[in-house]
Design a protein around this ligand. Sequence first.
Ligand code: MYA
Length: 578
Amino acid sequence: MATPENSFMKSLFYGQIREEFVFPYPKVKTDTAETVNMIIDSIDKFGKDIVKASEWDEAAAMPREVIDQMAAMGLTGIGVPEEHGGLGLPQSGYARVMQQVASLDGSLAVTLGAHQSIGYKALLLFGSDEQKKRFLPRLASGELIAAFCLTEPSSGSDAASIQTRAELSSDGKHYILTGNKLWITNGEIAKFFTVFAKTIVVENGEKKEKVTCFAVEGPTDGITFGAREHKLGIRASWTNAVHFDKVKVPVENIIGGVGYGFKVAMGILNHGRLGLAAGCVGVAKNAIKASVEHANEREQFKKKIGEFGMIKEKISRMVMNNYVAESMVYMTTHLIDRGDMDYSMESAAAKVFCSEMLWEAVDENIQIWGGNGYMKEYPYERWLRDARINRIFEGTNEILRAFVALSGMQGPGQELAGLAKAIQHPLKGLGVVSDYAVRKVKQNVFGETITKSHPRLKKLAASLEEYTVELSQQVEVLLKRHGKEIHLKQFAQKRIADIAIDLYAMFCTLSRVTQVIEEKGQENGEMEIAIAEAFFIHANKRIASNFKSMDRNEDELMKLIAEKTYEKGGYPFDVFKS
Ligand code: MYA
C-alpha cells in the first residue's frame, strides 16, 4: 500500500492519487513575492549594466569581478538563512531568482547555481550548527565560492562508483583525501569544496567502503586544478578538473556523518535539479519573446510570418510546454518549502521535462528566425549551445528516467514479492492476500477520483484518473513478468518514466489552472484553460502510445540493430560499395 511517507509520484505507481499533495496550487506569500520581485528588478538592471553574454561567450571567460558584483547584491546567499548572512528565501523564491539569472546568461546562472544549488547545499541540508556558523556567512557573502565535487573520470552517472578515498589519520583528527574530480564548475575559483570520497566504515564488525561527504576549505596544500575546459556552451563559466593529493581534512568537516555521503549527494541533487529546471523556464521565456518579435515583424509572401499556421503551432507549443514546466517547478519547490520528506522523483521529473522543453524552445526559436537564427550576430545560437548541457548535467535525462521508473516501482515490487511469499505460506499470508485483493478490486472497479479540480476541467481530471490506474496495472504486469530483472529492462523503464513524468506534469497543470479559474473566472482564464486542454491532448497521446508499446513494440529489432552496429564499429552501409 502507498504509505503516508510516499511522495505524490510514488503513490501514482500504486494507482493512488493523493490530491491533497498537489491541490490547491501553491500561492507565493506576499512578503516573499515582494522580496523576490525587488531582487528580480535588480537582476534585470545588473543584466543591462554589466552582463556581456556574447562577449563573454566569445572570450570563453567572464570577469571575476562579476561574481563580486552578484555577491554585493546578495545573490551568493539566496537560500542561506538571514542569521547566517543570507537572504533566507524559501526554495520557491530561490528558483524564481535562478530563473531570472538564467534569463541573463547561461554561464552566469551555472556559476551561481554551482555555488549554491549544489556547492554549499550540503551545509544547508545536513550541516551541523557549528559547520553552518563556520562557513555559511562567508559563502553567503561570496568571500568563499563553492564547488560540488562528485564526478570523476570513471564515475559519472554511476555516482556510487567514485574512486576518491579518505583515510583517517593515526591520531584520528584528520582524514587524508586523495582523488581526482572532473568537470567541476567553479573549480579554479572555488575556496570551498563539497567533496565525496570513499571511507572505511565498520558495520556489524565488518569493514566496508562507503561514501562520505567532506567540506574542504582552500587554498590548501594538495589541491591543484586542471586547465580550464573549453566547452560547446556555457563557455564563460569556469570548469576544471580538481585534484586532491593527500589533503588534510579535519574530522569536524564531515557533513552528514561517516558513510552517509551518497544520501547527502542525492539530497543535494534533488534540490539542484530544481534550480536547473527553473533556469530552463527563464531561458525559454526569452526564446518565446524573441520568436514572437520575429513572427510579428518578418514578412514573407506579403504576410507576417506569425500569421502562418506552422509558426503559430511552434509558438503555441513553446508557450504550452513552458507553462507546464513552470507549473512543475513551482509545485515541486513548494513541496520542499512545506517540509515534505521525499520529492526526489518530482524533482527528477521536473529536470527532465524542463531541460527537454528548453531544448525544443531554443531550437524552434532558431527555426522561426531562419538564417538569422544561425548567425553569431544574434544570441540565439548561443542560447542553443548553452541549453544543451541541461540534458546532461545534474543527472543525465536517461539516468533520471531510469531513476523515476525504478524508484516508482520499488514499493509495488516489494509488495508483490511479499505477496508471493505469503502465497507460499497461505496460513501466514491470509491478511496480506485479502488486503491486496480488496485494494486491487476496488481500484479496478472504482478507480481513484479527483475531487479538487475545477468542474470545467472534469474531462482532463477523468483522463488522469484512468491513466493512473493503468500505470499501476502496467507496473504490476512488468514486475510479475521481470521480477528483479526490471533493473535491466531499460526500454520498459523509459516508457514507464515518460508516462509518470507526463502524469506529474498534467497534475501540476490541472492544479494551477483550477486555481486560475477559481480566482479569475473562466473568461479571464481562457488562455490557461486552452493551454491545459491542449497539453492534455498532447500528453494523452504520448501516454496512450507508451502503454500500447509496452507489449507491441520493436524493441528486439532495435536491440539487434544496435548490437550489429557495435559489432561493426559504426554505420556499416554505403550505397556505392557492395
Ligand atoms: S554534478 C554531478 C551530477 N551527477 C549525478 O546526478 C549523478 C547521477 N546518478 C545518480 O543520481 C545515482 O547514482 C543513481 C543511483 C540514481 C543512478 N534521492 O541502488 P540505487 C537512494 C534520494 O538506485 P545506484 C553536476 O552535474 C535509493 O533510493 N534517494 O543507487 C553539476 C537507494 O536508497 P535505499 C536516492 O544504482 C553541474 C540508494 O540511494 C536518490 O548506485 C553544475 C541507492 O540507490 C535520490 N535522488 O544509482 C550544475 N537516488 O538504499 C550547475 C538514489 O534506501 C547548474 N537514492 O533503497 C545550475 C543551474 C543552471 C541553470 C541553467 C539554465 C540554463
